[in-house]
Design a protein around this ligand. Structure first.
Ligand code: PEP
Ligand code: MG
Length: 973
């Protein structure tokens, strides 16, 4: 018989029996869910935990698979465990004299705050109610508990709408003239129970069940079903949590925080989850149940004030917090209840935290000796690092805005970061506007789990109620969204969709700016700035460790037959076209440029006319050069079609050669072509000089011109329209003529499929003077920089090679240019010539390609395009979104490297390439170079570096270190 139910008190030994070994915390979480595992662990270390049992996650999955029916034996085991709890606690479920009440809570392996159901006070009915009143001598508390049960049960187990009970409650409060729930008397609550029962019957056509076991059964079912509820599914999609984990159900003896003013309940963190500071943090309420704290309906007190209200309990709580943090070696988020002066721990789990807190806690815990550096690196996610690269408000702007009187309100600084957007008053509007590309701030009095889709779509979240542990705060931190909660001055009217504050009225669609770190709300839009990375000491410390981990030369273990050389872990380089990008990337920790797309410089305003001139004259000029070349070769070889030249033929060819040379001298195409190249040379030289200076001591890979040339010319469609319009209007003159010429040129150059046409190395072979000019500029800049004392390491990269013969033609000639420049300059610099691997043929013939190429750089944008046969310009717009939605593909392959297909080519290329050239340097410069899962793959494939845009460098450094740690003990494939 399957074991579906575990008594918390004996969960550990029972699990050991089932598993055949001591259960790890991770295993306990899989079987019992996070909450169940936490309860078992707290009980084991001797903390005061109310007796309880857990129904396993496997039972949930079995329940769903069987069409929402409990698996065989589960209910019997549940009753047996309930019996054991009765024994331990000394009360009986359903006993009118001294009843045991239980809470029924969800608890998945991974925390999903507020996404699933909880029902409290199960076991209360008209009879046990009397016993409980006698026992507690507290009528008010018991009637309060009963009304909560009826509403919660009605809502969660039976699907009665929230409004049904809210309406009854509001009516009664209005009749009694009170605002706060706590102002209702015992008699009022008794009346409320009566009305709730009527409302329940009206809604369902049946009475609220009096049988405690029937209540328990329905509650357990409701929790299981909530795993498949819309909001839980939405949350799992957003957080990439698999559907087949299931939720456990925790059935626990109720202890009551609402038994009077010597009772209370709260949520506490062992460190501040917003800043990471090592201070006890949280909220509590006296005379209240847990939901009151989280719902944000009553104003909570900071947990440090508990020292005044209940000094002994507070001291005990601090001790427990310390014990739990040391036990779990991580920041804990605890729920506690005080019943009649006795402290009970209801839950502990690893606390969710902001990105800033995650980094600080990880670094400080290393200093405290609680964890080691590798653990610290695994505690922080790429998303956390990314946070530091996102906009914040500039302090000067904030001062100015305050001086202008635009500070509208302050609240709890629940989740840091700057957000600017239009107010949206509900989650659906926020989602709709967000999808339409608008920046939205979602504003609500408080948020509920049903609002999560709007919160995901919003740039920031603003509420008028609640504290640091309210739903809005927890979820915002989770998603890294800036949030200000409990801004009490905001009078939000959901009907008129207006908010009144400080005599102003803001309407839906009006702009506000939120400072989640300061808890401030401003009218209008405040410009944002990126955080000063240089001042983020903790992050820099952590990423310094990341580099050390990744630099370990023993970081990768190769199979015995692998001919590759033992590399350190991955380095992080950057894709940078301009010196300012290179400088920024260096401050972010890049140690090389993996891709400078030279053509980007061609687009600059003052250069584009020369680039166009170069393109428009290239064909005619090159045709003349080619003719000259053919004549020269024939004359030099002294034969034609295998036959020796006779004197007549030689003289004829000689005079033709002279004619061509004369034509070249006088040709306007040649003049334009060479003139343009001469203009472009010095500007390219100064671009490259700046890059070498910025990357002093690090390699700089410069790629020769790559895109199809039409990209530099005006669009054919637009030109056609303009020319036609001018002709129709009967215009004449030089403007029309030049447009007509341009149109003719563009039409001449038109290609049906330019992405697979004349681009990359094909351009270099067709118009060698362009790439020669570039190589001349690179080496002149390198020599000049070297003369100035800069440590230069130029690497010339040839794009889009598909066949080694292309390199034989192109690279050999270009190396000649490099050598000539160094000779002229009288200085030698260390350099490499290499190629991008972007075409599947290059990957599968990499051993041949490596005979010439001294380095490979995987251009996985093109390699993905060519491997899948998906146009990178069109696929994402047309069908890829659908492919991912329908799970035809797990991910968009232009974002996340396709390991099975493109990845196979990458691995094959690395192996073959290093067979030929052991020391072959291999990197990646496609967009995947900044994406964590692709970086992990690059580590396993044995690459030397990943290259990504400057703002992704810090994330890549962490991802590279994490990959090194994860795969440390594995032999790579
Ligand atoms: C690539 O193809 O991956 C690459 C980096 O080159 P580009 O994106 O410029 O084609
Ligand atoms: Mg490319």
């Amino acid at each position: 018989m399957n074991k579906w139910v575990y008594l918390t008190q004996s969960a550990h030994p029972d699990l050991a029996k089932v598993l055949g070994h001591e259960p790890s915390i991770a295993e306990m979480k899989v079987i019992l869910g996070g909450k169940g595992a936490g309860l078992a662990e707290m009980t084991r270390v001797g903390l005061p935990v109310p007796p309880s049992f857990t129904i396993t996650t496997a039972a949930c999955i079995a329940f769903i698979e069987a069409g929402f029916r409990f698996p065989k034996g589960m209910w019997e085991q549940t009753l047996e465990a309930l019996h054991q709890v009765e024994e331990i606690y000394g009360k009986k479920f359903g006993d009118p004299a001294n009843p045991l009440l239980v809470s029924v809570r969800s608890g998945a392996k991974l925390s999903m705050p507020g996404m699933m159901e909880t029902i409290l006070n199960v076991g209360l009915n008209d009879e046990t109610l009397r016993g409980l009143i006698e026992f507690t001598e507290n009528k008010r508390f018991v009637w309060d508990s009963y009304r909560r049960l009826i509403a919660m049960f009605g809502r969660t187990a039976k699907g009665i709408a929230d409004e049904v009970f809210d309406h009854v409650m509001e009516t009664l409060k209005a009749e009694r003239g009170v605002e706060d729930d706590t102002a209702l008397t015992a008699a009022d609550l008794r009346e409320l129970v009566k009305r709730f029962k009527v409302a329940y019957r009206e809604a369902l056509g049946e009475d609220f069940p009096q049988d405690p076991q029937e209540q328990l059964k329905a509650a357990v079912e409701a929790v299981f079903r909530s795993w498949m509820g819309k909001r839980a599914i939405d949350y799992r999609r957003a957080e990439n949590i698999p559907d087949d984990l299931g939720t456990a159900v925790n059935v626990q003896t109720m202890v009551f925080g609402n038994m009077g003013w010597d009772s209370g309940t709260g949520v506490a963190f062992t460190r501040n989850p917003s800043t990471g500071e090592k201070t006890f943090y949280g909220d509590y309420l006296l005379n209240a149940q847990g939901e009151d704290v989280v719902a944000g309906i009553r104003n909570t007190k900071p947990v440090t004030k508990l020292g005044e209200d209940m000094p002994q309990v507070y001291t005990q709580l601090l001790e427990i917090a310390d014990k739990l943090e040391r036990h779990y070696r991580d920041m804990q988020d605890m729920e506690f209840t005080v019943e009649g002066g006795k402290l009970w721990m209801l839950q502990t789990r690893v606390g969710k935290r902001t990105s800033r807190a995650a980094v600080r806690i990880a670094v400080e815990m290393v200093a405290e000796g609680l964890i080691n550096r590798e653990e610290a690196l695994l505690r922080v996610t790429p998303k956390d690092v990314d946070f530091f690269l996102h906009p914040q408000f500039d302090e000067k702007e904030i001062k100015k805005t305050k001086a202008e009187g635009r500070l509208l309100a302050t609240g709890v600084n629940a989740s840091p970061g700057a957000a600017v957007g239009m107010l949206a008053f509900d989650a659906d509007t926020a989602e709709e506007w967000g999808e339409a590309g608008k920046a939205v701030i979602m504003i609500r009095p408080e948020t509920k789990p049903d609002d999560v889709h709007g919160m995901i779509a919003a740039k920031g979240i603003l509420t008028s109620r609640g504290g640091a542990t309210a739903h809005a705060a927890v979820v915002a931190r989770q998603f890294g969204k800036p949030a200000v909660v409990g801004a009490r001055d905001l009078q939000i009217n959901l009907e008129t969709r207006e908010v009144k504050v400080q005599g102003q009225v803001l309407r839906e669609g009006d702009y506000v700016s939120l400072d989640g770190a300061a808890g401030e709300v401003y009218a209008g839009q405040i410009p944002t700035v990126v955080p000063d990375y240089g001042k983020e000491k903790n992050l820099r410390t952590l990423l310094g460790w990341a580099d050390e981990v990744a630099a370990d030369s023993a970081a990768r273990q190769w199979p015995a037959d692998y001919a590759g050389y033992p590399t350190r872990g991955l380095q992080v380089w950057t894709n940078a076209d301009y010196p300012r990008d290179a400088r920024r990337a260096r401050t972010f920790g890049a140690v090389g440029i993996g891709l400078c797309r030279t053509e980007h410089m061609f687009f600059e305003e003052e250069r584009l006319p020369y680039v166009q001139q170069m393109i428009l004259s290239a064909d005619d000029a090159q045709a003349l050069f080619d003719r000259r070349h053919r004549l020269q070769t024939t004359l030099e070889e002294g034969k034609e079609e295998g036959k020796p030249l006779d004197d007549n033929r030689r003289a004829d060819l000689q005079s033709r050669l002279e004619a061509v040379e004369h034509e070249i001298e006088t040709s306007s195409a040649v003049k334009d072509y060479q003139g343009a190249l001469e203009q472009l040379l010095p500007s390219q030289r100064s671009d490259f000089f700046g890059l070498f200076e910025a990357m002093d001591g690090y390699p700089v890979i410069i790629r020769l011109i790559d895109p199809p040339l039409h990209e530099f010319l005006p669009s054919q469609e637009e030109l056609l329209v303009e020319v036609t319009e001018m002709r129709t209007r009967g215009e004449h003159g030089p403007e029309l003529e030049s447009k007509e010429q341009m149109l003719a040129a563009v039409q001449r150059m038109h290609e049906a499929n330019p992405m697979m046409g004349l681009r990359g190395i094909r351009l270099g072979i067709t118009y060698p003077d362009i790439t020669k000019m570039q190589v001349q500029a690179i080496f002149e800049a390198a020599c000049q920089a070297a003369k100035k004392g800069v440590d230069v390491l130029p690497e010339v990269m040839i794009p889009l090679t598909g066949h080694v013969n292309e390199l034989k033609v192109s690279q050999v000639e270009l190396e000649g240019v490099a050598k000539q420049v160094m000779e002229e300059q009288g200085i030698d610099v260390e350099y490499k010539f290499g190629t991008m691997i972007e075409i599947p043929r290059a990957a599968v013939t990499a051993d041949e390609v490596a005979t010439l190429a001294q380095f490979f750089s995987y251009g996985t944008n093109d390699l993905t395009q060519m491997t899948f046969g998906y146009s990178r310009d069109d696929a994402e717009r047309r069908f890829l979104v659908k492919y991912v939605e329908q799970e035809v593909l797990a991910d968009n392959p232009f974002q996340v490297l396709d390991r099975d297909g493109v990845g196979k080519l990458v691995k094959m290329g690395v192996r073959l390439g290093r067979k030929t050239r052991r020391e072959l340097e291999v990197g990646i410069c496609g967009e995947h170079g900044g994406e964590p899962s692709s970086i992990e793959f690059c580590h396993m494939a044995g690459l030397n570096y990943v290259s990504c845009s400057p703002f992704r460098v810090p994330v890549a450094r962490l991802a590279a270190a994490q990959a090194t740690i994860w795969h440390k003990d594995k032999v790579l494939e």
